[in-house]
Design a protein around this ligand. Structure first.
Ligand code: COA
Length: 179
């Protein structure tokens, strides 16, 4: 039987559950940029508050323990008028034991649907993935994100040398518009 995952908007009360989720994801090689000791309450509170105030933040609950979160995605506007049509700083994480089961796809699909339907002011969504994170880059491409260049030697860490960061963007398409 297919597992049903519940996706919902996050709330401030989720702060410590999101922290626990991010800390677990940092233990995995080559995913998000931060290390475990950089997942502070201040870091999580900052993106949680910004996403609640001027963006979108969604979480997926563990079906066998709804008190536990197995995935989270957020994005928000950079906060100045010229970027009012942009959602930036996008991050998605799925708990390692739940990866590859369609949870990321479900959550990211819900995010894009919410942006398309409830945020008509948003014309561009942007994110950055490290070059070696081929899974994430392929994942974003499958949602219509395009590679917009490469920031050489930007990220230092998991593969033992400096590697490129890959900026990617999605644009709202309008009727009759072609690529
Ligand atoms: C990247 C991540 C969010 C994907 O979530 P997931 O739940 O593991 O992915 P799903 O099972 O939903 O897979 C969805 C799609 O991803 C793509 N995908 C999965 N593995 C892939 C791979 N190795 N290469 C390319 N694309 C891949 C496919 O398009 C897949 O769709 P399909 O099932 O129709 O083939 C998740 O693995 C994760 O949290 N990784 C660690 C943190 C991270 O790297 N975050 C992104 C930082 S930029």
């Amino acid at each position: 039987m297919k597992t049903e995952y519940k996706v919902r908007s996050a709330a401030l009360a989720d702060l410590h559950k999101i922290m626990a989720l991010y800390r677990e994801v940092t233990l995995q090689f080559g995913g998000i940029a931060r290390e475990a000791d950089e997942i502070t309450e201040g870091y999580v509170r900052n993106f949680l508050e910004k996403s609640l105030c001027s963006g979108v933040i969604l979480v997926a609950e563990n079906p066998s323990d709804p008190e536990e979160l197995i995935a989270e995605v957020h994005t928000y506007t950079p906060g100045i008028k010229v970027f009012a049509h942009v959602f930036s700083d996008l991050t998605i994480v799925v708990r390692p034991g739940f990866q590859g089961r369609g949870v990321g796809k479900l959550l990211f699909g819900a995010l894009m649907k919410e942006i398309e339907e409830k945020h008509p002011e948003i014309l561009r969504v942007e994110l950055i993935a490290r070059e070696s994170n081929e899974k994430a880059i392929g994942f974003y491409k499958s949602f219509g994100f395009k590679v917009e260049g490469r920031m050489e030697k930007r990220i230092n860490g998991t593969i033992g040398r400096l590697e490129a960061d890959i900026p990617m963007g999605w644009f709202r398409s309008f009727c009759g518009e072609s690529d």
